[in-house]
Design a protein around this ligand. Structure first.
Ligand SMILES: NC(=O)c1ccc[n+]([C@@H]2O[C@H](COP(=O)([O-])OP(=O)(O)OC[C@H]3O[C@@H](n4cnc5c(N)ncnc54)[C@H](O)[C@@H]3O)[C@@H](O)[C@H]2O)c1
Length: 387
């Protein structure tokens, strides 16, 4: 907000709903419209095409159209063909997939690890590389390639990240069954420099607008080209199952008798530093618990308004991490917000009916929790019971 306000005031950013006016002043046009999944998992490109065609109708000279949205391989070619039918003016279509992380968007944009520029014209690629030059002074690479490779790079990157999480979630589930501790296993695996430590944290499944949609789209792209991408298909299936793991643990702990019980939820957003709840594991957990007859009270530092749109009045909300616990049967931790890292455990124990925590993000140390008198469930580690 600060940056948008500052840039608006200095006249470096202007907002308009007048497409012609915006185009007249621009040499480069970025498209960042949503590409939500359709029922079959493939990306819905209606918005992308609608905007590209409006631009083609309204443009008044050469433009470089930059595709920021995540789009299936071959989309730049389709956009080129569709626009060509509507304009006599020359234009280039550059594929420039976005790799920012939600919650760290500004920082990632200003300090990218790499910038991908997919283009059919060397001149257009050069212009875009020049545009990004101020952001890559620290040595990040600008990779110039063809459109299709650029489009594919985004799906391959998200597929790989999602695969790491799903794989570790499977390892965690196996750990639980064989009596191993995924915390040790994760560190042992991650210290191998070929593997690396990041994106190996097991939990209640990934969510968000990108991983679920892009992994499904990758599988759909492959299918459309006559290839069954077995691994891509499984990443999402494993994640769907993982989103149910926490609710399963809760049901098992209470012998399937959840009617009349109240659970306090910490965290609703799909990850910290955002109010985004698209595909959030909290939605699956809440719905499973409601279905079993439980009542839910939730606290999230920022996602309350979003949650109201998702759950309406079927759950209740609290504006305090501790008030939400009063008289609840257990605490269920869904999102690893910083403020949940070192909570006042004595206060938690005194507010809950019984000191029971179901932790979907492995925030606490099981032995310490036992010593503090908690019954504590987490992912990929044996539950501990109050002594
Ligand atoms: N959110 C992320 O972290 C992230 C990261 C990398 C890539 N992406 C990709 O960027 C794209 C946008 O994602 P998002 O999270 O910003 O989505 P979003 O839904 O938050 O924003 C999309 C915007 O597009 C607008 N829009 C949709 N259809 C339109 C139309 N026909 N005409 C004009 N505007 C239209 C919507 O009003 C909205 O403001 C997606 O392809 C996504 O995969 C997102």
């Amino acid at each position: 907000m600060e940056m948008v306000t500052r840039t608006l005031h200095t006249g470096r950013l202007a907002v308009t709903t007048d497409l012609r006016k915006a185009l007249r002043r621009s040499e480069i046009v970025f498209l960042a419209v949503g590409t939500p999944p359709k029922a079959d998992g493939s990306a819905d490109l209606a918005g992308v095409f609608a905007v590209a065609e409006s631009i083609a109708r309204a443009m008044d000279g050469h433009k470089i159209i930059v595709m920021k949205s995540t789009v299936p391989v071959g989309t730049a070619d389709i956009i080129r063909a569709r626009m060509k039918k509507l304009t006599k003016h020359p234009f280039d279509v550059v594929s420039n997939p976005e790799f920012l992380k939600e919650g760290a968007a500004l920082d990632d944009f200003l300090k990218p690890e790499r910038v991908i520029v997919g283009a059919a014209s060397a001149k257009a690629a050069e212009t875009i590389a020049e545009l990004y030059a101020p952001f890559v002074r620290t040595g990040a690479a600008i990779l110039v390639m063809d459109n299709r490779s650029a489009e594919m790079s985004k799906y391959a990157a998200n597929g790989m990240l999602a695969a790491r999480i799903s794989f570790m979630n499977e390892v965690a589930n196996i750990c639980e069954r064989v009596g191993a501790n995924v915390h040790h296993v994760r560190r042992a695996v991650g210290l191998d420099s070929r593997i690396g430590p990041r994106f190996l944290f097991p939990g209640a499944g990934y969510g968000g607008s990108c991983f679920p949609k892009d992994v499904q789209a990758l599988a759909a792209i492959a299918r459309a080209h006559g290839y069954v991408a077995r691994l891509a298909e499984s990443i999402e299936a494993v994640n769907d199952r993982q989103k149910r793991v926490l609710a399963d643990k809760i049901r098992t702990h209470y012998g399937n008798a959840l009617k009349g019980r109240t659970f306090a939820l910490w965290g609703l957003a799909f990850k910290p530093q955002t109010d985004d709840m698209r595909e959030a594991p909290s939605i699956v957990t809440v719905n499973e618990l409601l279905k079993a007859g439980a009542r839910i009270r939730a606290y999230d530092p920022v996602a309350r308004a979003t949650a109201r749109k998702v759950f309406g009045a079927s759950i209740s909300y609290s504006s305090s991490a501790y008030d939400v616990l009063k008289g609840a049967d257990a605490l269920v931790l869904m999102t690893e917000w910083n403020e949940f890292r070192n909570p006042d455990f004595d206060r938690i124990a005194s507010l809950l009916k019984r000191p029971v925590i179901f932790d979907g993000r492995n925030q606490y140390v099981p032995d310490e929790m036992r010593a503090r008198g908690f019954t504590y469930y987490s992912i990929g580690r044996r539950p501990v019971h109050a002594v």
